[in-house]
Design a protein. Structure first.
Length: 263
């Protein structure tokens, strides 16, 4: 996908909102849902999240590419819980260490829905977040220490260099004739070399930032102002409404099952 197409996606729908609003909305959806492990609240949350996912401003191809790990991890977790989870109710199937019961099947279904209900909005909301916009919002809106925020931003910007460094190390070792055998040993050696290179680059970057007064105790100024608009508040309210409604429905039908409650 071209840079122009990616920038256009970031300006559409929810993608064009403040990065802090997306972060808060994702947390408001996720945190209340992790206190219970019932399928009702997760299913309700998934249904209510559909308008948010459709308004995220992502193309269908990019949506499926980005969320593929979730669609693979959720069924895998559900099957594992169903086969090896806590037994309750009538036993359905048993073989060696595998004991499938009605309770473990319900727990597996709840796990499947919960992974999707928590993971989908988090992935979709953060796909279009620019690291610089997020750093501006964290420092100006949430009032996090500027030194911490700028250091984190610098580290995130350096992550993109790791793939280039790995490729350069691979080519250099192959040119010296030390990359023809022993894949595991070669990968371990390259990983250690990449680790040392990252430490050296981080030290140089820290020294350069200190020399430019990035760590000064005086109040900082920012090139771009980051403020919450009414649409950002609406997004956060929607995230809170989704989780509250999901928990309310689970309580109303008697399906609420706190994770720290009695077995």
């Amino acid at each position: 996908m071209s840079a122009d197409a990616t920038a256009a996606e970031r300006r559409r729908g929810v993608a064009g909102l403040n990065a802090v609003a997306k972060l808060v909305a994702a947390l408001l959806i996720a945190l209340p849902l992790v206190v219970t492990i019932d399928p009702v609240s997760a299913a309700v949350a998934l249904v209510l999240e559909l308008p948010l996912l459709l308004a995220a401003g992502l193309g269908w191809r990019r949506f499926w590419v980005r969320t593929t790990p979730l669609w693979l991890a959720a069924p895998a977790a559900a099957v594992t819980i169903a086969l090896y989870g806590q037994r309750s109710g009538e036993e359905v199937f048993s073989w060696l260490f595998v004991h499938v019961s009605e309770g473990s099947l319900v727990l597996g279904l709840a796990t499947l829905l919960r992974v999707l209900a928590i993971g989908l909005p988090a992935v979709v909301l953060f796909v279009t977040v620019d690291p610089t916009d997020l750093a501006d919002g964290l420092a100006q809106i949430l009032r996090l220490p500027a030194r911490f925020v700028i250091g984190g931003l610098a580290g995130m910007r350096m992550l993109g260099l790791l793939a280039d460094d790995w490729r350069a190390l691979s080519l250099a070792r192959r040119a010296r004739g030390v990359a023809d055998a022993g894949r595991i040993r070669r990968a371990a050696g390259m990983a250690f070399a990449l680790f040392v290179l990252a430490i050296r680059r981080g030290s140089s970057l820290a020294t350069a930032m200190e020399a430019r007064a990035f760590g000064a105790p005086t109040p900082r100024t920012w090139a771009r102002a980051s403020r919450l608009a009414p649409a950002d508040l609406l997004l956060m309210a929607a995230g809170l409404a989704i989780s509250v409604t999901a928990l309310g429905v689970a309580l109303a039908v008697g399906a609420f099952h706190p994770i720290f409650g009695p077995a």
